[in-house]
Ligand binder design. Structure first.
Ligand SMILES: Cc1cc2nc3c(=O)[nH]c(=O)nc-3n(C[C@H](O)[C@H](O)[C@H](O)COP(=O)(O)OP(=O)(O)OC[C@H]3O[C@@H](n4cnc5c(N)ncnc54)[C@H](O)[C@@H]3O)c2cc1C
Length: 512
């Protein structure tokens, strides 16, 4: 039983929507069922889900672990593969290629950050030149060789610098979580919501009514209805704040292709004249898409670019999706919190959408309301999530803005546009002496910023003066040694394909 509070507890929680957001929320809150909360999820087969969202980032491991999910079982059930980072092709300029790795570059020396040591040697050049920074990241070394292994726990081991996430079939993930949630007592109702009822005095939501007249009452509602934002947007009229002036891509064409080669343990993102293309390898197919700005590229051209970039035949028809980068002004209003696309969408470039779902769920659980719906707690939720959205927004804008490309109106716009002050300040600080700091609730680590800043050719003017403590000659030896052990460690890892076959192949699960 729920212990008494000064306000009545929530006893009826209604989740609207059964995409990744709905089922991730349902799985996470399913433990409340034992505490006496009736959890109901409503979804409409007729409307369906957005049906994309195949690449993730490392915090998803924490989400799955919190639910007690077995990794091998989950990867097998979702046709999953492992992701060590994202390869960016043609972003800084045509012909460029770098990987934004999960995990770390090198290791510090005398407490000085590795990237500063690399930078000093790079700026010295000549015999001191350390070569590409990519050579010092174990996740990149493994990705380039098509290899995968789990990180080591021993902090001395090179493998402790590796981190990973997954590629998976988002529909299968939602199904997997549905099994988890239903087994723990979450009730699923199939049907299309035609009407949302509100209390006449304060506008709080009281029930959703289906087309066939069924009425589902609740104390607290989670809006996971996708871009429609049925509750937070349409019913409570919380406005949408567009970031399209910084993130002009508003369309995506998605198409799966046959899997004809071993899956790469990384996502590929290739810049195009009017946007970019993704390539996400799963066990049974490859997910492909072209994200583009409709103001700069028409659908026909985008489709041709998508199909021309494929390395195998398509296995379904291409689908067009439209979106506006941005977020709702609030993510929680009255007795309704929006999670997933109903709350906002930045764009898929760094696979942050599923992470924002997870982050919303964790924060919701740590500020779970009673029927008093404290304004202070709701404000705290909104403050936290909005900051997180804005940190991610800045990071994504960096990719578009830090470019020398001048081969299309799209890139001319991105290269010369005004950027948020918060991002401009970060870039300036970086240019000065390579300083980069992670804000306390920012998703992306220093390493992520370093990867994209260097990968897109923003090299600082100088290194941290403290690096002068390290003699140049010794540093050359230190760097050579590190590069060697990173390469050797990667060579000793199993291939990604073998790792999957040994641990979590779909066929293995079916055979058991
Ligand atoms: C092009 C593109 C690529 C993406 N790639 C990635 C990626 O690689 N990685 C990543 O993390 N994210 C990605 N995303 C985002 C990701 O797809 C979403 O964050 C994720 O799928 C969650 O969607 P959702 O559950 O919020 O919405 P949806 O999947 O749209 O689900 C909405 C649900 O609400 C229900 N619903 C709506 N209206 C009603 C109604 N009236 N009655 C009853 N039910 C209703 C629907 O039936 C459905 O069940 C991508 C998004 C796009 C557009």
């Amino acid at each position: 039983m729920i212990p008494p509070t000064t306000e009545a507890p929530i006893t009826r929680l209604v989740i609207v929507g059964g995409g990744s957001a709905g089922w991730m929320t349902a799985a996470a809150v399913s433990r409340l069922v034992d505490a006496g909360v009736a959890v109901t999820l409503v979804e409409s087969d007729e409307i369906g889900t957005v049906g994309v969202g195949e690449a993730t980032i490392p915090p998803l491991l924490d989400f799955n672990a919190a639910l007690g999910i077995d990794e091998d079982e989950f990867v097998a059930a979702t046709q999953g593969t492992f992701k060590l980072g994202i390869e960016f092709v043609d972003w800084g300029k045509r012909g460029d290629k770098y990987i934004h790795p999960f995990g770390k570059y090198g290791r510090p020396m005398l407490g000085i950050n590795f990237h500063q040591i690399w930078l000093r040697q790079h700026l010295l050049g000549g015999d001191a030149d350390p070569g590409p920074v990519d050579d010092y990241a174990i996740s990149i070394a493994a990705a380039r060789r098509g290899r995968f292994a789990k990180p080591a726990n021993n902090p001395e081991a090179v493998l402790s610098g590796l981190a990973y996430a997954y590629h998976f079939d988002a529909g299968l993930y939602a199904r997997f979580l549905r099994g988890h949630a239903e087994a723990r007592g979450v009730a699923r109702i199939e049907g299309k919501i035609a009407n949302v009822e509100q209390a006449p005095l304060d506008g709080y939501i009281t029930a959703v009514v289906l087309e066939d007249g069924r009425r589902i009452e609740g104390d607290f509602f989670v809006d996971c209805s996708g871009f429609r934002a049925l509750l937070l947007g349409q019913t409570l009229s919380v406005p949408y704040r567009s970031w399209q002036h910084w993130l002009p891509c508003d369309s995506a064409l998605a198409v799966p292709s046959a899997s004809v080669a071993p899956p790469t343990p990384y996502t590929r993102s290739s810049a195009e004249r009017g946007g970019w293309r993704w390539r996400i390898p799963l066990q049974h197919r490859v997910g492909n898409g072209h994200v583009f700005s409709s103001a700069h590229t028409d659908e026909e051209t985008a489709l041709r670019r998508l199909l021309d970039g494929l390395d195998a035949p398509t296995i379904a028809d291409p689908r067009l999706l439209r979106f506006t980068a941005g977020r709702r002004e609030k993510l929680w209003e009255k007795n309704c919190v929006a999670i997933g696309l109903a709350g906002g969408f930045i764009e898929p470039l760094e696979s942050t959408s599923i992470h924002l779902i997870q982050s919303g769920i964790f924060r919701l659980m740590s500020l779970f309301p009673d029927r008093g719906f404290s304004g202070i707690e709701i404000d705290e939720y909104n403050r936290w999530l909005i900051e997180e959205y804005e940190h991610i927004r800045d990071f994504i804008i960096l990719h578009y803005h830090a470019t020398e490309r001048a081969d299309s109106d799209f890139w001319n716009h991105c290269r010369t546009m005004d950027i948020p002050d918060s991002l401009a300040a970060r870039i300036e600080l970086w240019r000065e002496k390579g300083r980069i700091f992670r804000a306390h609730n920012s998703l992306f680590t220093e390493e992520s910023w370093i990867a994209v800043l260097l990968g897109q050719n923003i090299v600082p003017r100088a290194a941290d003066p403290l690096v002068a403590m390290l003699p140049v000659g010794e540093t050359v030896q230190f760097m050579n040694h590190m590069r060697e052990i990173v390469a050797r460690t990667a060579e000793a890892m199993p291939t990604h394909e073998d790792y999957i076959a040994m641990n979590c192949a779909m066929a293995r699960q079916v055979a058991q």
